[in-house]
Design a protein around this ligand. Structure first.
Ligand code: FEO
Ligand code: CA
Ligand code: CA
Length: 637
């Protein structure tokens, strides 16, 4: 997430002023704490009414390794504070495509003083790697699609960000978006390397884009002074069964601002957190595109899920408006009964979790030349304290979303998704981040990274500086169902500061964010402790140390730390080689301004970290890390 000012994590500030339920409204909370898990009473502990109405989660039965072998076979690494990547004994980690790497051999080389121009940055790997997916070409090669979430404006330029210029804005825009790059494994060394291919491309903040679904490019609310272009703050991602990449626009509001003292945010701008100062990027000072007073509709072109075909390098990215407009953390796709289902969290304190359910079979849509993401219904979740939950449709003409209720049409509902979700009575949550769907039993897992303790029983700690992970089972194990049974799967945190936490030295963690399954059913959990808390005793985060990656057996709930990242970085992005024997993760924003370590300056950008180059005249860089097991085995086994 965007951290221009280390003192304030903008996601932690709620802009949800709706009257929807949160802690103060909950009269009784019938959850019990048992073995590290807060269990909402009716959902799982009794075979009562809720059980009859909604199927509870079934035990996970991994096909492999199964047969009595444990899912987790590695020795946990300790929590740590080093400026390094630490992986378990018997594993190796390799750095791939750091920020600034030429996209093709012969492209502009990275300049360690950050003096590459905007035009050069357009032909290099972007900054701040986040969600990603490897589209296999073979067992030993694939196209890696990587999100570039934001930029550290201090580290992006030789002279820092005190003064902003048009060229600086252009360089920042060129460092955003996504990279598609071919990677392949060298048969002899076993190491992965970047390769030239006709698919290698950059999508940036200025790439021409299309809109599909009810909100069309010529919609009055999208009429801006410039052509439809760019994707920004590409946080997490997803991939579809038809082979495309979904990149998600999260904290887009932070790029807009104005110096016009007479400008006032309207109700919808307020609901989405658009302010005169933004997150401090100051782009509006040098580029009118981002001046919210002069070009107010440009912001409405962001907040969408964007589909990109990695195998069609000349195709325009498509903003799929049927999936709604909010601060999309990710877009996790699963299938049920031939229909496509997409889960997406809205990452801000007090926001909601959504799911899109496609109409009809996605294969039929593709056969008829239609997008399965253009036809379907968007729902938002309501969690009840008894461990049950329902999905509420955000459909014009239904419930409060009528003309009498002040709604124009479905496009209006989608442009104002947050307000529509307020109206139907969705449940506020503690910063909904990534969603993972169990590959076998289809249980759904959602990270709530931290927050004020929203939503009654679904937010068991108030406030909630460490976050937790929810699990739910959709009725009858069908992800298109409109009801579910939920539990708090794990309460994150440090027992030294919160006795209700049941984690030990091997599993200690806080602020879970990235989450995903491997094909054997291991649940991988990544953390994003804010740099305003990381390593600080005053925030109860000193024992937890740097951000990390953990593996979990979802059946036993055993969690083991697998990787610890360098200083000031978050660990994010998760994808596997086709054979499950190489794991790709991203190290984002190493060396960023971190309370515990200091504030980097243009003179010394290495105050917090100098990973991965450790060049005495260089600067920290986000990068992908590939992890392999020295014996060639499955990762985590
Ligand atoms: Fe981009 Fe919510 O992290
Ligand atoms: Ca994230
Ligand atoms: Ca986060």
């Amino acid at each position: 997430m965007t951290r221009v000012n280390v003192d304030v994590d903008p996601d932690d500030i709620s802009s949800n002023t709706s009257g929807n339920r949160h802690i103060q409204d909950v009269l009784s909370r019938r959850s019990i704490i048992k073995g590290g898990t807060v269990v909402a009473a009716a959902g799982f502990m009794t075979a009562g009414l809720a059980e009859a109405a909604v199927a509870g989660p079934r035990d996970h039965k991994p096909g492999r390794p199964g047969q009595g072998r444990k899912l987790l076979g590695f020795k946990a690494v300790p929590a740590g504070k080093d400026d390094a990547i630490v992986v378990p004994e018997g594993y190796s980690a390799q750095v791939l495509i750091p920020w600034g790497t030429p996209l093709l051999s012969g492209g502009p080389a990275f300049k360690k003083d950050a003096s590459n121009t905007a035009a050069e940055q357009e032909r290099q790997i972007g900054a701040h790697h986040d969600g990603m997916h490897l589209f296999p070409l073979s067992k030993d090669s694939g196209l890696l699609a990587v999100n570039h979430e934001y930029v550290d404006t201090m580290g992006l330029y030789p002279d820092g960000d005190a003064v902003i210029t048009k060229e600086k804005v252009s360089k920042a825009l060129a460092a955003h978006g996504i990279s598609v790059v071919k990677v392949q494994r060298d048969r002899r060394s076993g190491k992965w390397k970047q390769a030239d291919s006709r698919f290698n491309r950059r999508v940036t903040g200025t790439t021409p884009v299309k809109f599909s679904g009810p909100v069309t490019a010529d919609h009055a609310e999208l009429r801006s002074n410039n052509s439809p272009q760019g994707t920004l703050n590409n946080c997490s991602s997803g991939y579809t069964p038809w082979g495309t990449y979904l990149t998600c626009e999260e904290n887009w509001n932070g790029y807009f601002g104005t110096e016009d003292a007479s400008w006032k945010a309207d109700a919808e701008q307020k609901r989405y957190g658009v302010t005169a100062s933004g997150f401090g990027y100051k782009w509006h000072q040098a580029d009118e595109r981002f001046d919210i007073a002069k070009n107010p509709k440009e912001a409405n072109r962001f907040g969408w899920v964007v589909e990109i075909d990695p195998f069609a390098p000349n195709s325009k990215p498509v903003k799929r408006t049927t999936l709604g407009r909010f601060k999309h953390e990710g877009a996790t796709v699963t299938e049920s009964k031939g229909r496509v289902v997409v889960y997406s969290g809205d990452d801000q304190d007090g926001e909601y979790v959504y799911k899109f359910v496609g109409d009809g079979r996605w294969r039929d849509r593709i056969r008829h030349g239609q997008s399965p993401l253009d036809h379907g219904t968007l729902y938002v979740a309501k969690f009840s304290d008894d461990g049950s939950g329902v999905w509420l449709p955000l459909k014009f003409g239904e419930g409060p979303l009528t003309a009498a209720g002040g709604w124009k049409d479905q496009a209006d509902v989608l442009l104002r998704t947050r307000t529509a979700a307020d109206a139907v009575g969705a449940t506020k949550l503690d910063r909904p981040e990534w969603v993972a769907v169990h590959p076998k039993n289809k249980d759904v897992f959602l990270t709530l990274t931290n927050g004020s303790g929203n939503g009654g029983a679904v937010g068991p700690r108030k406030p909630n500086p460490y976050g937790h992970i929810l699990r739910w089972s959709e009725k009858n194990g069908d992800n298109t169902s409109l009801s579910f049974a939920w539990e708090v799967f794990v309460l994150s945190g440090d027992p030294a500061y919160d006795k209700t936490v049941k984690l030990d030295a091997d599993s200690l963690h806080g602020s879970p964010d990235g989450i995903g399954f491997d094909e054997d059913g291991r649940l991988w959990i990544q953390t994003d402790i804010s740099n305003s808390s990381q390593n600080l005793a005053s925030k109860g985060y000193d024992n937890i140390g740097n951000n990390m990656l953990l593996a979990c057996d979802p059946k036993t709930k055993e969690i083991r730390r697998f990787l610890v990242g360098p200083r000031g970085a978050e660990v994010t992005g998760l994808t596997f080689a086709a054979d499950g024997r190489s794991l790709f993760v991203n190290i984002q924003h190493p060396g960023e301004d971190t309370k515990a370590w200091g504030t980097p300056t243009p003179e010394n950008p290495r105050v917090v970290s100098n990973w991965p180059d450790f060049d005495p005249a260089g600067r920290p860089r986000s990068a992908t890390v590939v992890i392999t097991k020295d014996d060639g085995g499955k990762i985590g086994s």
